[in-house]
Design a protein around this ligand. Structure first.
Ligand code: ATP
Ligand code: MG
Length: 267
């Protein structure tokens, strides 16, 4: 799974990365599901441990184009995790109050506390993606944000936050299919926004913006992964594997009981 990691200060070319990649997974979807269930169970246990130990903080950042699968990833990957132990923070277009502050203000408030696992569905990266593509602020403003974001994330990391960032990589054809499915299925129509079609026309500009983000803000303490996401089962499997491996590396332990409980008898 290391091959999906973006090394710091690299030049990323997304057109060279296959969104339909299924890696070495020759077993196909069925076999992948069995593997995925095992990872789900592990993640459930690791989250319990994270909460019990009350030491580490875990932040998962998801970014993708419209219909890229952020919601589906959250639903599937965290399927078995205790809902009390994980929180999703979704970032939409900023409110008037949020716009009156710096762009990290609303983000910092949502970062995880000790023992917590927080998933960012969109994030501060919108401020160098949609904001850049639409010229909501001039280039001299957004260009400074790469360094600012790296420093912000360094602060979080040095305060005990494990940060994992995932870009869900789909292509134009896959987006078309998924948007079409939203149009055709009455139960999915509510998700369809005409505005998504305008964004779709800006695909090239978005890819350029993403390439900059991935190349400039992947660090040792807050790495990006580019996840091939045309195949949902593979996307889920890769993200689960990376999460489980990262959490296992924390070597978490259940805390000692406050007193020696050996020999305690409950009458
Ligand atoms: P889906 O991908 O399933 O459609 P969504 O995350 O796109 O879900 P929407 O309500 O459709 O949810 O869109 C949220 C919108 O908010 C996106 O278009 C996103 O670009 C925009 N947004 C988020 N952060 C910012 C920001 N800082 N500045 C401007 N727009 C933002
Ligand atoms: Mg949307």
């Amino acid at each position: 799974m290391k091959k999906y990691l973006v090394k710091p200060d690299t030049k990323v070319n997304l057109s060279k990365i296959d969104p339909s990649d299924t890696g070495d997974f020759k077993g196909g979807k069925e076999a992948a599901l069995i593997e995925f269930q095992k990872l789900n169970a592990k993640l459930e246990a690791l989250q319990e441990l994270l909460y019990a130990e009350h030491k580490h903080k875990v932040l998962i950042v998801l970014q993708a184009m419209d219909a890229g699968g952020k919601d589906g990833t959250i639903r599937r990957v965290f399927d078995s995790v205790n809902p009390a132990g994980v929180r999703v923070a979704s970032f939409k277009a900023p409110t008037a109050e949020e716009l009156d502050h710096d762009y990290l203000w609303r983000i910092h408030k949502q970062t995880p506390a000790k023992g917590e696992m927080v998933i960012f569905n969109r994030s501060h990266y919108e401020d160098v993606l949609v904001v850049r593509v639409h010229n909501y602020v001039p280039p001299e403003v957004w260009k400074k944000r790469f360094d600012q974001i790296n420093e912000f994330e360094r602060t979080l990391a040095e305060s005990g936050t494990t940060i994992l960032k995932f870009y869900l990589h789909i292509d134009l054809d896959e987006q078309k299919e998924r948007l079409q499915a939203r149009l055709d299925d009455p139960t999915k129509r509510w998700k369809f926004r005409l505005g998504d079609l305008d964004e779709r026309k800006l695909w090239g500009s978005y890819m350029e913006a993403f390439e900059d983000v991935l190349g400039k803000t992947s660090t040792d303490y807050a790495p990006w992964h580019i996840i091939p996401a045309n195949r949902k089962w593979y996307r889920d499997l890769v993200i689960s594997s990376i999460l489980v491996e990262t959490l296992e590396d924390l070597k978490m332990k259940f805390p000692e009981s406050e007193e020696n409980l050996d020999g305690v008898v409950i009458e």
